[in-house]
Write a protein that binds this ligand. Sequence first.
Ligand code: PHE
Ligand code: NA
Length: 502
Amino acid sequence: PRADRGAFSGRTAFIFAAIGSAVGLGNIWRFPAVAYDNGGGAFILPYLVALLTAGIPLLFIDYAIGHRWRGSPPMAWRRLARWTEFIGWWQVLICVVIAAYYALIVAWAANYTIFSVDTRWGDDPGGFFGSFTQALEGADATIAFDYVPAVLITCILVWVAIVLVMVLGVHNGISKSAIVFIPLLVIMFVILVVRAMMLPGAFTGLDAFFRPNWGALLNPGVWVAAYGQIFFSLSVAFGIMLTYASYLKKNTDLTGSGLVVGFANSSFEILAGIGVFSALGFMAQAQGVEVGEVVTSGIGLAFVAFPAIIGEAPGGALIGVLFFGSLVLAGFTSLVSIVEVVISSIADKFGLSRVPAALLVTVPLALFSIAVFPTTMGLSLLDTMDNWVNQYGIVGAALVGTIVLVYLVKALPTLRDHLNLRGTFPLGKAWSIAVAVIVPIVLGVSLIASTVGLIGGEGTYSDYPWWFNFTFGWLMALSLVVGGAVLSLLPWPKNSNLHRPD
Ligand code: PHE
Ligand code: NA
């Protein structure tokens, strides 16, 4: 085994890095609207149930595999059972795709942080989809491929920073950057939330966000949404937490750490809900409409609604810097975690040490991302890839991984013993039922639901031509599994220890 795999100095360093991964764009721009659309204040019930019956139990699985079998996903799965190595590579390829487009969002957020100081928001003629990304809609978007200079520059800067952090390694790069960025993110975000709550109309927004619609709990879709948000938000089951846990010292309390990470992530989601809905309440009042009419999520919330809020709010520049700066920090620490999965796996499989592995992964990945995404087609590519990689990549790999682990390799007892060795509280039957029954059912239902939606629904996703969906959606998602299988056939270096370490 390589001597310099890297290690976290301790539990705190690990917890910061893990929170850095978990707290991402999903907390800020996804959770608030998901909660609002699925019962408002009542959503807290399915959300907590999902956290406790699937999110945290799966997080423990990730930790246990990485920590017990001490390796990147391909190495850890391989040590678990030889034929399961492909699951690890599948997870790695998912991370490659996500990393390539995630950097684009961080780059946009960096651009908007700078724009915020420039107060001429009001007279930005075309806005985000117009003069900024120069993205065209639907079919038109797929025929034009030109670089957008402002985005190209920030995209390059984001990748330079990523290369630097990754070359510095687990201790000096990943954990130190998280230990600086996460507290900074929390401070900035708290100031933002307090400022947003002082805007006129904020309380109408908060009322809309928290008002419980208990009837929603009878709708199965609400429960699927809760589980979906939890899976995505905790970054479970696609190799990230597994990789980070492999850098932990042997005698570490994994379950206690998992609870800290899980609840920190959820606290940040609720905080984001408060901040976002205060701001939306202000916007609704300013426009004289109901709060429900201005609720959006994702790119629309961050890059269309927020610029409008910033343009109208007193002291908008500060709100802008805090909001977009938070997106940059939250996105960057998540991006680091995604890229680390790839680096760690390449290092393990090819017996490379830190710096060569980091460069071998980040330089081509950066070049690919920079060549493809800061373009007029970037937004449509991102939109399409993100949809398929989430619905099929992450959910698919999580489902296959869980079934293989529980029913084919039958590793649950070993993992439980490993977690209980040092854990703050013992895991028993309830945990096993969560992993063996609840998780596969929920993932299966969500896979079926998204397939029915895609195939039976409007025909194509987001008005893109069928070949675009086919190539960057279906074919891309399929190639991640096939590619994973192919990579698992490549030989390991002779000196790699493929047996379970003790
Ligand atoms: N968990 C992150 C969030 O909630 C998203 C993420 C996706 C993180 C992919 C890492 C990798 O935003
Ligand atoms: Na999250």
